[in-house]
Ligand binder design. Sequence first.
Ligand SMILES: O=c1ccn([C@@H]2O[C@H](COP(=O)(O)O)[C@@H](O)[C@H]2O)c(=O)[nH]1
Length: 231
Amino acid sequence: MTDKPILVALDYDNKNDALQLIDQLDPDMCRLKVGKEMFTLFGPQLVTDIHSRGFDLFLDLKFHDIPNTVAKAVAAAAELGVWMTNIHASGGLAMMEAAKRALEPYGDKAPLLIAVTVLTSMSDEELKLLGINVPASEHVLRLAALTKQAGLDGVVCSAQESSLLKAKFGQDFKLITPGIRPAGSDKGDQHRVMTPAEALAAGSDYLVIGRPITKAADPLKALQAIHQTIA
Ligand SMILES: O=c1ccn([C@@H]2O[C@H](COP(=O)(O)O)[C@@H](O)[C@H]2O)c(=O)[nH]1
């Protein structure tokens, strides 16, 4: 199992609430993820605040634009010193290659660069509405192959695709899986879900977990309970 597989998704509209949770956590216990909501509200200062507390940070901004724009955005993320950042694989091979090239000057200080395949909130039916008439797993496989070809470090997928992707692309190609739901917890808007233990058994390297922790009455206890299920 990967060292510290849990990435806590901090989706808060209030910085103090987020810092209150972070201050209860230990950087040896988990890594943190900041997404579009918190970064839009609080900007790079939030990244500094999190780094000063000793946590590795996944900056989940899912860039999707023309190659030149995405390359510059990824370089800006590298300047912030984040541990991992991401782009959308559906932006295409040229976009992904440009993003990868933009990180070359950072050498071993470059963040891990991963690509989102099919959002975990999407079902086969929703893909059909976009004109994608194959099961989500098949589309994920196609986008992951393109990501691998572009030389990225791995993909965001659902844990339901993890065993397929590990078998196809090998151990070094990292699988980051949101849509993680401890047994009995509310799925919310997520469609392609798995429990933490099932996801790791299927080959996920990192588990992105938000509301089951952040919306729990006692978030620290919820995180500790999840740790026990995967110990
Ligand atoms: O396919 C994806 C890509 C990213 N996410 C993000 O992960 C977390 C999940 O939060 P939960 O509260 O555990 O559902 C959230 O920040 C999403 O933006 C995703 O869910 N699926």
